[in-house]
Write a protein that binds this ligand. Structure first.
Ligand code: HEM
Length: 527
């Protein structure tokens, strides 16, 4: 999933529009009114039930500007599994249960495989990455590249050594963490280094915080946040993009140009690094590297597809995987009994002389349950990424109209008390025993043709990091002035949602010498 906010899963209130020119605003509103009347005249089919809203603006005032998944879940109680609203003429369907999501998003094939996009994402170049790519030939090419690089168990297995190495580096680095931000930064950088390797074969040595290419890649998510801000007026009145740059109120054009140059520079710099490695005669398996020998015969379009499909890793893989890893620390502080049980299993299966390895995984059911619960508990992609209908789709007694945005309320599905007992409690036991609760991985990565293509890579990264951390360090609530500090358990707003930052206490399980003895073989074995 693209980091932060893809398209607009939260919508602007009028005060958010990023323009200060009143004339332009009034003109724009008039134009959107005409657009609204036009679109409304086309909408003749019944939407599923939902908040009616007001004439012209639809459900704009009911629509959540923060953590929309909570409102979707309230709507689910009121209106049912399928909720329909219109927003400034745009039909939106929210799917609230797993069965309906499968029936609608999986079984309708390509009919619901498009993405809504915005003018600002187009102008800044972000529609080139997979998560924002419209359905079509280029989209299919990108998905083929992803499938070849990380779409099967054997493909992902090629990356176990880099993932295990990064996990060992991570364990060492977190002992240096002191501020709330440190932990998140250390997670982002280690996961980021995995993304650079799997996408381009870029091998970051040691602390990724000192790597120049990492610094370049890290600029991407910042730029994405700017482009994806739902407040750009031009997104609602696309005709504004054709105004000349000197026209009052067209600050967005200069901003889009500035951002576009950075976005293209990032993509070029990282892709060039992969080529340099090829010329050195050291081809490294990676999305781009797998095509290295074919590149000489490739067309410009094929090179473009290769560059931007590999360019989709960092922006989609870091925040999502990082969110789940951050949740691990929070969960262990709140539930020391889970941490102890996990450590006992690891000690029994891997022993105490090495870090856990993928070969141990089938023998660690409790680690598997902790992994599942981390994916469910503070859902990293709570409202997925919106899909868009490419045609009218009859569904039960309704029709999902062509152009409608369809949002899967993944958080709602994973916090439904009818499916998960005490859904807000972190409890890995729910997946064990004779009547386990459903596997959250079936819904957490989305649905249909747009299902997350990074799920296998995320799966092993999370498993490897959490078992390496549990094997070597204890995470506890910090004690300040003799008082235990309770961490907040709050999810942040965003298409990718992370836990609110928290204070923590991290210490080696035994002593530093033991920790180094466990991690050093993996660190030394890395080229
Ligand atoms: C815990 C980790 C992750 C979670 C929870 C997650 C979740 C998701 C979800 C919910 C979607 C939207 C699916 C849909 O539209 O139905 C998605 C899309 C996507 N994810 Fe992930 N993801 C994770 C990790 C990753 C990683 C590691 C990568 C990259 C290697 C990645 C790459 C992508 C891409 C490129 C898309 C867009 C696919 C498309 O539009 O066709 N994700 N992810």
């Amino acid at each position: 999933m693209t980091a932060r906010t893809v398209a607009s899963s939260s919508f602007p209130k009028p005060s958010m529009f990023l323009t200060s020119d009143i004339g332009l605003l009034v003109g724009a509103v008039a134009l959107s009114f005409i657009g609204f009347l036009y679109s409304r005249s086309k909408l003749t089919v019944p939407l599923p039930p939902g908040p009616k809203g007001l004439p012209l603006i639809g459900a704009l005032l009911d629509f959540p500007t923060s953590k929309p998944w909570e409102t979707y879940t309230k709507w689910a109680h009121e209106y049912g599994k399928l909720v329909g609203v219109t927003l400034l003429g745009q039909p939106i369907i929210v799917v609230n249960d797993k069965e309906t999501a499968f029936a609608l998003l999986e079984k309708t094939g390509s009919a619901l495989a498009d993405r809504p996009t915005t003018v600002m994402l187009e102008m800044t170049g972000w529609t080139n990455v997979l998560a924002c790519q419209l359905y079509g030939h280029r989209f299919r090419e990108y998905r083929k590249h992803f499938a070849r690089a990380i779409g099967s168990a054997s493909a992902v297995q090629r990356f176990f050594p880099v993932i295990n190495y990064r996990a060992a580096e991570f364990v060492n680095s977190i002992l240096r963490a002191s501020t709330k931000e440190d932990l998140e930064n250390f997670i982002n950088r280690q996961v980021g280094a995995i993304m650079l390797y799997t996408a381009y074969g870029i091998s970051v040595k040691g602390d990724p915080g000192h790597d120049e290419l990492m610094h370049i890649a890290e600029k991407g998510p910042e730029e994405f946040d700017i482009a994806a801000n739902p407040g750009w007026l031009v997104n609602y009145v696309p005709i504004l993009q054709h105004l000349p740059s000197w026209f009052p109120g067209t600050h967005f054009k200069r901003e889009a140009q500035r951002s576009r140059e950075i976005v293209f520079d990032i993509s070029d710099a990282l892709f060039k690094a992969h080529k340099i490695r090829a010329e050195d005669g050291t081809p490294i398996p990676s999305l781009a590297g797998d095509y290295m020998s074919d590149e000489v015969d490739m067309t410009e379009e094929e090179i473009f597809n290769l560059k931007w499909s590999s360019g989709s890793f960092f922006s989609s893989g870091v925040d999502t995987t990082g969110s789940t890893l951050l949740s691990y620390f929070l969960a262990m502080m709140l539930h020391p009994e889970v941490q102890e049980k996990l450590q006992r299993e690891i000690d029994a299966v891997s022993g105490t002389n090495r870090l856990p390895s993928p070969a141990d995984r089938p023998n660690m059911p409790y680690a598997e349950a902790v992994h599942k619960e981390l994916i469910r508990w503070l859902t990293a992609g709570p409202a997925g990424v919106p899909h868009k209908a490419r045609e009218d789709i009859p569904f039960e007694e309704y029709v999902v109209p062509n152009g409608a945005m369809v949002i899967a309320n993944i958080w709602g599905m994973l916090h439904d008390p009818a499916v998960y007992k005490d859904p807000f409690t972190f409890n890995p036991e729910r997946y064990l025993g004779s009547t386990p609760e459903p596997d959250p991985l079936d819904v957490a990565f989305g649905f249909g043709r747009r299902i997350c293509p990074g799920n296998r890579l995320a799966d092993h990264t999370i498993w490897s990091f959490i078992t390496s951390v549990a094997a070597t360090v204890n995470v506890k609530k910090p004690v300040v002035d003799g008082k235990v500090v309770e961490p907040p358990v709050v999810q942040r707003h965003g298409t990718v949602s992370r836990p609110e930052l928290f204070d923590y206490a991290i210490s080696p399980r035994k002593d530093l010498a033991t920790l180094h003895r466990l991690t050093q073989p993996l660190i030394n074995s890395w080229h």
